[in-house]
Design a protein. Structure first.
Length: 429
């Protein structure tokens, strides 16, 4: 009985709200908690600061030291020759092709192959199965050479070529002598006897025959030839060797005149075409370099000038200017309104240097102005002055104003009262 009455008392004690509430804290415990939190926060801050200092210290030890100040470089004032040069692009080949036009009537029966080389006396083409040979000269034939004592530069071309081919042409009158050309013979009439021909010998001494009545003496000028009887006989022998009719006359269409041997560039017609047309184009046999130059650049280039040619394989070959055009032409493959250019022709001194190169782009260096024995310093030694002009800094710090002259190949000429030869000056490289 006593145990049953104690159990309910124990249950009431466990469910009483007052019995479940925690005991009250002492009055100073919240204050101690706040102090503890503040201390922890201070420790965190100090640790973070220490970590940052360690990191900064670590970086300081791994960073590279600042670069050292650049050392001063110097170069001595030297005495040397300075020359300017002009580099222009050119084309190596056989030069510009020239047309060959037939001038006689007939049918073309043979033409050479492109690339063939034709020299003096050889046939260029055939008309009506007759050869038309090549002769050297500076002008074409423009008339038929028939009458004895005809005077002219075209006669001189025929005489010089036959002599070069081995034919005896006899004596040619010298410049200043007078000859009497014969008038053209009338059709069907007997050819006139040569002027000055002696009549048959008879008793006594006969005076020389006088010039034909009505003829006027012609003075032979420098560069002219005379169609003498000996030259006419040489023409006939030459015609016989070519299996041509032995007429002793030469017409404009009987030969082709070129300044030298030629190389066939291309043929324009086929056998069977009319001979009085453009038949082919030819070039010189030697390789040349054609350089287009502007009017300002070409004005300083002269024939005979020495040049250096840079070839595609890196070699440099000496050469010279053989011709400078006198007429401005539009730039090749350029705009129609582009600047006009002069054609400069250059040849290398040793043709074997370019023997295996048919066509290529090259660079030609033309020598310009030359100043001999001048004082010079590297361009990198120049210092621009605020008041204008230039100065150089000698070793030790002093600035010396100078007057500049020619600039060439990284050097500059110094004039006036500049530093003496051998003086070290400061440069930037």
């Amino acid at each position: 009985m006593v145990r049953m009455s104690e159990a309910p008392t124990e249950i009431l004690t466990l469910t009483d709200p007052a019995a479940a509430r925690p005991p009250a804290e002492p009055p100073d415990r919240p204050r101690r908690r706040r102090r503890w939190v503040a201390a922890v926060a201070l420790l965190v801050v100090l640790a973070a600061g220490a970590s940052a200092m360690v990191l900064r210290s670590g970086r300081r030890t791994t960073e590279a030291p600042p670069p050292a100040a650049p050392s001063v470089q110097t170069a001595e004032v030297v005495r040397q020759d300075l020359s300017t040069s002009l580099s222009l692009s050119g084309t190596l080949g056989f030069g510009a092709p020239r047309p060959v036009t037939g001038r006689g009537a007939g049918i073309v029966t043979w033409l050479p192959q492109p690339g063939a080389v034709i020299r003096r006396g050889q046939q260029v083409y055939r008309v009506d199965d007759r050869p038309v040979p090549l002769l050297y000269g500076g002008m074409p034939l423009f008339r038929t050479l028939r009458e004895r004592n005809t005077v002219g530069r075209d006669v001189r071309i025929v005489a010089d070529n036959l002599r070069a081919l081995g034919y005896a042409v006899g004596r040619q009158p010298r410049a200043g002598e007078r000859v009497y050309p014969q008038p053209p013979a009338a059709a069907g009439s007997e050819p006139p006897k040569p002027a000055g021909t002696q009549p048959p010998k008879s008793a006594g001494t006969q005076p020389p025959a006088s010039p034909p009545r009505g003829t006027v003496a012609v003075r032979v000028r420098t560069g002219e030839g005379v169609l003498t009887g000996s030259l006419i006989a040489a023409i006939k022998r030459w015609q016989r060797d070519l299996r041509l009719p032995e007429t002793g006359t030469i017409s404009a269409g009987d030969v082709v005149i070129q300044v030298a041997a030629v190389r066939v560039n291309a043929v324009a017609v086929q056998p069977g075409a009319d001979a009085a047309a453009q038949l082919m184009s030819v070039t010189p046999t030697d390789k040349v370099i054609t350089v287009p130059a502007g009017s300002g650049e070409g004005s300083g280039i002269e024939a005979g000038e020495k040049v250096a040619v840079e070839l595609p394989d890196g070699r440099s070959a000496p050469g010279k200017v053989t011709a400078v055009g006198t007429q401005l032409a539009p730039a090749e493959n350029g705009p129609a309104d582009g600047p006009a250019q002069l054609a400069v022709t250059v040849t290398v001194d040793d043709p074997k240097t370019v023997q295996r190169i048919d066509a290529a782009e090259v660079t030609v260096k033309f020598a310009g102005e030359t100043h001999k024995g001048v004082l010079a310093v590297p361009v990198t030694a120049l210092l621009a002055l605020s008041e204008g002009g230039y100065a150089v800094q000698v070793q030790g710090g002093q600035l010396v104003p100078i007057e500049t002259g020619m600039f060439a190949k990284g050097m500059v000429e110094i004039k006036g009262n500049g530093p003496a030869e051998g003086t070290p000056v400061v440069t930037t490289s």
